[in-house]
Design a protein around this ligand. Structure first.
Ligand SMILES: Cc1cc2nc3c(=O)[nH]c(=O)nc-3n(C[C@H](O)[C@H](O)[C@H](O)COP(=O)(O)OP(=O)(O)OC[C@H]3O[C@@H](n4cnc5c(N)ncnc54)[C@H](O)[C@@H]3O)c2cc1C
Length: 390
């Protein structure tokens, strides 16, 4: 399997001595056909498709935490395949072909997700998404307009062109007059914790090892030894799906953890914001939750250096910036609210901020990592593709 859009770097896995581990009992399962490390949306989707397509395979799903604790349950829940400015940026970074391929994979990934789970099992709402452009972003808005029509043709048919321009926000909110909007009717949102639990409920034959941190992988002729903090498992094939922290097991991969921060307000019943909002090239994003709270996140770009970290904690610099955008752009002046939740999660990007995922294999150790800020859409696609290919 080839890595996605990036040059393949050969993996050099250290051949470690067996670590001292607790001996398994006669009843313990320690030998697997496939072991998946990381039970976020990527690992869990792979497990789901494996169980469906290869029910006879013996599969382990391993996660360091008692309940998955990666980006999947700490994200903003946007079920989207990219805004126009994101496309412009992707095309600049990775080329047009790669940007288009990424968008199509995300689109397909969302369809796959919708086929697996009914809307109520992930609180899916398809209310569209609005990308906002202030006067100062006139040239970016023009660039987006330049590519809009061609892109609409490439990703859809004439009865359903997703990207539309509206000159006034269709949202009832505090958005300033004069802001320009490109609206995508396909966008939706989900409760990703609910989605993950529903996927995992369907894994009846998969052996789950939650609360097992994998320290090392060691390859040998018949497979891979997986050293955890509890015991050692062996599998014919391993899939590493640890996203932002993939380097701890596969040190040669170009994946760096980048923090994303979010805040959620108290309920604001007077507001009726429908759909997702993207602002400043998607560096800020917001939506109104079903209980009328505003979820808003982003701001990584204003303190890039410090946000390139694996520390899952909020900072006053970013939280203040998010709150300023909330008050300047999203809610009307004078709105009363409090901040009820603030948290951080880790996204995986490349060392030059590359956003494309890394998919590949070094012998029997496979990986699907670095899902950036688009795992909800991308993971179902990549997981299905991986299972179809084995
Ligand atoms: C603040 C924020 C907002 C986001 N908003 C969105 C959004 O709106 N829409 C969207 O599509 N995407 C969004 N994302 C990105 C999205 O959440 C991720 O791309 C996606 O969740 C990645 O899923 P994953 O399963 O690959 O990795 P993760 O969900 O990160 O899961 C990795 C798992 O691996 C486990 N693990 C790590 N190391 C080990 C080890 N050594 N041994 C065993 N287990 C290990 C972890 O415990 C974790 O459960 C956001 C991310 C963040 C941080």
């Amino acid at each position: 399997m080839q890595p996605f859009c990036l040059a393949h770097t050969p993996c050099i896995l250290a051949k470690h001595q067996r670590l001292p581990n607790k001996s398994p009992s006669y009843w313990d399962n320690t030998q697997f056909d496939i072991a998946i490390i990381g039970a976020g949306i990527t690992g869990s989707m792979v497990a789901f498709f494996l169980e469906k397509k290869h029910p006879k395979l013996k599969v382990a799903l391993i996660d360091a935490h008692p309940t998955p604790y990666g980006a999947t349950t700490r994200n903003a829940g946007f079920a989207c395949y990219g805004s126009l400015s994101e496309y412009v940026d992707d095309a600049k970074r990775h080329g047009e072909e790669c940007a288009l391929s990424l968008m199509l994979k995300r689109r397909e990934g969302l369809s796959i997700l919708k086929e697996i789970l009914p809307p109520e099992q992930m609180d899916l709402r398809v209310d569209g998404g609005s990308e906002l452009f202030q006067d100062s972003e006139a040239s970016l808005f023009e660039k987006c307009l330049d590519i809009r029509e061609a892109l609409n043709h490439k990703i859809s048919n004439s009865s359903h062109y997703p990207f539309k321009v509206t000159l006034k926000p269709t949202l009832e909110s505090g958005l300033s007059e004069g802001v320009k909007v490109i609206y995508n009717q396909d966008e939706g949102s989900i409760n990703s914790d609910l989605m993950l639990r529903q996927i995992q409920r369907r894994l009846s034959h998969i052996h789950k090892y939650f609360g097992c941190q994998v320290h090392q992988l060691s390859t040998h002729s018949s497979g891979v030894d997986i050293f955890t903090n509890h015991f050692t498992l062996t599998a014919g094939k391993v899939l590493v799906a640890t996203n932002a922290v993939a380097k701890t097991l596969l040190s040669h991969l170009d994946v760096l953890p980048n923090r994303g921060q979010i805040l959620v307000t108290s309920p604001i019943p007077s507001l009726n914001i429908k759909g997702n909002i993207h602002y400043q090239e998607g560096f800020y994003y917001a939506r109104q939750l079903s209980d009328k709270r505003i979820l808003i996140g982003g701001g990584r770009h204003i303190d890039m250096e410090n946000e390139q970290t694996d520390r899952m904690e909020t900072t006053s610099t970013i939280q203040t910036a998010i709150q300023q955008v909330l008050e300047a752009v999203i809610i009307p002046e004078g709105t009363h609210y409090s901040i009820d939740h603030q948290w951080a999660g880790l996204m995986g990007f490349g060392s030059n901020n590359e956003k494309s995922p890394l998919v590949g294999a070094d012998g029997n150790v496979h990986y699907i990592v670095r899902l950036g800020g688009m795992g909800i859409a991308l993971a179902p696609y990549l997981a299905k593709e991986w299972v179809d290919a084995i």
